[in-house]
Design a protein around this ligand. Sequence first.
Ligand SMILES: Cc1cc2nc3c(=O)[nH]c(=O)nc-3n(C[C@H](O)[C@H](O)[C@H](O)COP(=O)(O)O)c2cc1C
Length: 191
Amino acid sequence: MAGKTLNVISICGSLRKGSYNRMIMNLLQGYAPAGLQIAEAPPFAEFPLYNADVQNSTGFPAPVQKLADAVRAADGVIFVSPEYNFSIPGGLKNALDWVSRLPNQPFAGKPIALISAAAGILGGGRMQYDLRRCMIFLDALTMNKPEVFIGAASQKFDEKTGQLKDEQAVGFIKQQLAAFAKFIEQHGGKN
Ligand SMILES: Cc1cc2nc3c(=O)[nH]c(=O)nc-3n(C[C@H](O)[C@H](O)[C@H](O)COP(=O)(O)O)c2cc1C
């Protein structure tokens, strides 16, 4: 697998335009090592609330299929998300709930990396551990280290340019992306 371009998708847990997590997501390609291509996943903003009756009557909504197909086709998935009330933002959790009900469940065996930015000093750590727990149930392969938590997010970005001003945080993300490329080469391609 060495030398092959790895195609990874990123999923942002925040829907707001000025999102710090979206800013990070937009910066990822610039921090990635050669050979790691990162594209934004199809959106989940229009997913209805998960309801098994909808699934059983009209089937899976087209945007759910689209995201699931993108996850299946990707060599890995990077979640970049804030923490809401010490856990996974509802919209993102709803998206995972929909995708998880598809046959040939897309996250099974999929390499996953987690990044979070949040207002609190723990930088979304509690969200990450809840997301890890979901990924265990879905049989994904979530990379353990390096972890990236960006706390006090409002002080770390240039709101006008979208640049991450904290050099230490930039360094952590670069290290994580380099590790993720190796992780995919070692553990990916199993689904
Ligand atoms: C519903 C809600 C719940 C939140 N809960 C937390 C929390 O548990 N921990 C935390 O650090 N920040 C929390 N915050 C603040 C977010 O970290 C902050 O708004 C952050 O900028 C959101 O990420 P974004 O900029 O990517 O949209 C919460 C914000 C909202 C809107």
